[in-house]
Ligand binder design. Structure first.
Ligand code: C2O
Ligand code: CU
Length: 527
């Protein structure tokens, strides 16, 4: 006979998209983690207080019946105006706007089945407010996250980070943007209001009752899930009406595993003003921008000189040339352009339109792109605590198990090499080479929690061709980042500071299906 816990577990696993075959294998500690937690209170008087819930609801996305989604809702309880903006009609959580220096408290109430936790992606916050799955709360419980905004102005986001179901939760909607501003950014007077457009790009797959379809088996998990329909801010066939003037587009790749090669349809270069960790020193131009899951990019685009009534598309270019396996074709040759595993008619690497921009209005006043945006102190290898001994993280794939240095995630486990000294700068490298499983190598968008890092260099490893050239011209390596796409046969060297907070934090692949297959580890910051 089923005990209560078994029923609860089955229900949870069903929501998690995990079939009955694996149910018996679900470890008990998965449940042990969802016990009541002490709030992460830091201050008695926060500057901003937000009430947030996660709940299952229905939203019309396509024509016909509404779609069941999981959604964050939030309300400003206290603090300056305009901090919480709902996107009407979207399954995405509201856009939270914060300022650098603010003391923030988020009261999170979990109203979805099973445990849930909220991670502020890209923000540098204390362990208890970082959304580590260890701090997940069970359905019906409330937990308060306290943190001070230490980050520079930038486009950040928040999403569920519940153990083994991050992909499922984010896919069904548990994500939203978190925009930080600061003095430096405000002084630039960049296009704001109606001229500042947040864009969250995601791919989804719908069944014939408009229900969302998620992973269909281990193959989808190993490649990462790919939808066949592109949504922007939660809407299909997204159109953006604009005036003949300059705009600031703040783009998040909120997809589970899809990599985009963003470009304007008429060949206009992409003018990049910011990446994950905020403004670049000066605008940079790219033929296209490669944007992996969880990465952000901010574009400046000037529509002045265009005719009212004309249109331009933001598209994803096909990955041409000897593109390595990007997912959607893993283990089946290159797999591009065919229905690799029956779940996606739109493989990673296909070309398609993301949204249409329609010029609808003439406007005489315009703004000029600043020549300088910010000052970034670029760190040197010699400043690192370990200039001659980088911490190496090897990315590898075993059947059913992508790994980091040969290890899988354990809730609180930390290896010796995963301990970092508080207030140090560390030289680190991601190495994507797998001698034992070369045929299974994939591109991995690697994310490190805590402070952002600087990319020192990207190198093709000996014995590999530069076969990723088709994507690499679109890599943004300047500025501060928290996620970096590491291509098969590539080594990426970076410098990362570990300041302010001791504690247990995560690093992982942000292909969320890989993350849920435990391609994730803890690191410990210790004085
Ligand atoms: Cu956006 Cu640990 O994740
Ligand atoms: Cu991965």
């Amino acid at each position: 006979m089923n005990s209560f816990i078994d029923i609860k577990r089955r229900k949870f696993l069903q929501y998690a998209g995990i079939g009955t075959a694996t149910m018996a294998l679900a470890p008990n500690w998965l449940w042990a983690e969802a016990s009541p937690k002490n709030n992460a209170y830091l201050f008695s008087n926060p500057d901003v207080e937000i009430g947030m819930t996660a709940q299952v609801t229905e939203i019309p996305i396509l024509s016909g019946p509404p779609t069941e989604v999981w959604k964050f809702s939030a309300k400003l309880l206290n603090g300056p105006e305009g901090t919480v903006e709902e996107i009407p009609g979207s399954y995405l959580g509201p856009i939270l706007r914060l300022r650098k220096g603010q003391k923030v408290r988020i009261h999170f109430h979990n109203n979805v089945p099973g445990p849930c936790v909220v991670h502020q992606h890209g923000l540098h916050v204390p362990e208890k407010s970082d959304g580590h799955p260890h701090y997940a709360i069970d359905s019906g419980q409330t937990y308060s996250y306290d943190f001070q905004v230490l980050n520079r102005a930038g486009t950040y986001w928040y999403h569920s980070h519940t153990h083994r179901v991050t992909g499922h939760r984010v896919y069904f909607g548990l994500a939203g943007l978190l925009l930080v501003s600061d003095e430096e950014e405000r002084a630039l007077n960049l296009p704001g209001g109606d001229y500042e457009i947040p864009l969250v790009i995601q791919d989804r797959q719908f069944g014939n009752r408009n229900e969302l379809h998620y992973v269909h088996g281990m193959h989808d998990r190993m490649t990462g899930f790919l939808g066949d329909q592109i949504l922007v801010n939660g809407f299909p066939d997204f159109e953006l009406p604009v005036a003949t003037r300059a705009y600031r587009l703040r783009i998040l790749n909120g997809s589970n595993s899809r990599i985009y090669k963003l470009a304007w349809s008429d060949g206009t270069p992409m003018t990049v003003i910011a990446s994950d960790g905020g403004l670049l020193e000066k605008p940079e131009r790219y033929p296209y921008v490669t944007l992996a899951p969880a990465e952000r990019v901010e574009l400046w685009v000037d529509f002045s000189g265009r005719k009212v009534g004309s249109e331009i598309k933001l598209q994803s270019l096909p990955f041409s040339g000897a593109t390595p396996r990007m997912g959607g074709g893993m283990g089946r040759g290159h797999g591009r352009g065919r229905h690799g595993h029956g779940s996606s008619a739109l493989p990673n690497g296909a070309g398609f339109s993301i949204m249409k921009v329609r010029i609808v209005r003439k406007e005489e006043v315009n703004q000029k792109l600043p020549e300088r945006l910010s000052t970034i102190r670029s760190h040197q290898i010699q400043e690192a605590e370990n200039p001659d001994h980088p911490r190496t993280i090897r990315l590898s794939m075993r059947p059913h198990s992508p790994r980091l240095n040969g290890r899988s995630f354990r809730m609180t486990a930390v290896a010796d090499e995963e301990v970092f000294k508080l207030n140090s700068l560390q030289l680190m490298e991601f190495v994507n080479r797998d001698r034992r499983a070369r045929g299974m190598m994939m591109a991995h968008p690697m994310h490190i929690h805590g402070q952002p890092f600087q990319i020192v260099k990207r190198e093709v490893l000996p014995g590999f061709q530069q076969d990723y050239a088709t994507l690499s011209e679109g890599f943004i390596s300047s500025g501060w980042r928290d996620t970096v796409l590491v291509m098969p046969g590539e080594k990426v060297t970076l410098l990362k500071p570990f300041e302010d907070y001791e504690g247990l934090f995560l690093y992982h692949c942000h292909n969320t299906e890989h993350e849920d297959l435990d391609m994730m580890r803890n690191f410990q910051v210790r004085a």
